[in-house]
Design a protein around this ligand. Structure first.
Ligand code: HEC
Length: 138
């Protein structure tokens, strides 16, 4: 009976652990989708010369970066705690920096800088995604 109770407890603990990592994972996925939407909206607004739209998309991108700081990066990056932590944090900082700079470039009517900021944002996304796919530091 004791053994049964113990294995029941293990099951509950295991499933609550599972539930926890699952919630964290879906928050990451939801944030990623918001990041994609924001990025696509920036581009769409750019093609329509809609400056407010570009700025609005950049603001939304900045607001959806949370998971890069709150999700354990060792759960998706190669197994090196120090590097994974630094890498994810740096991507969050750079995405924020380029998105803020994009807003400034638009305000100043500097389209070339705005395009540069946008392409740097895309490179930030890709630099993490390519590492996840390869499961290796490049
Ligand atoms: C530091 C790492 C990192 C950065 C930077 C990053 N991503 Fe991701 N992205 C991930 C991980 C990890 C997943 C996989 C999540 C999963 O499937 O559990 C993912 C998945 C996605 C997905 C698929 C989500 C789904 O529907 O399953 C999209 C879309 C996405 N990212 C967009 C972006 C965009 C846009 C950017 C840049 C603005 C970006 N990501 C930057 C780590 C990153």
């Amino acid at each position: 009976m004791k053994k049964l109770a113990l294995s029941f407890l293990c099951l509950v603990l295991a499933s609550s652990l599972y539930a926890q990592s699952n919630t964290q994972e879906s928050k990451l996925v939801l944030d990623m989708r918001s990041m994609l939407d924001a990025t696509v909206d920036i581009q769409r607004a750019g093609f329509y010369n809609n400056k407010e739209g570009v700025k609005e998309g950049a603001t939304r991108l900045i607001e959806s970066l949370d998971s890069l700081l709150t999700t354990d990066p060792t759960s998706y990056l190669p197994d090196d705690k120090a590097n994974a932590g630094k890498f994810a944090k740096k991507r969050e900082q750079m995405l924020k920096l380029y998105a803020e700079d994009l807003i400034i470039s638009i305000d100043e009517g500097n389209i070339e800088d705005a395009m540069d900021n946008y392409s740097r944002i895309l490179s930030e996304c890709t630099s993490c995604h390519s590492r996840i796919r390869a499961k290796a530091w490049q």
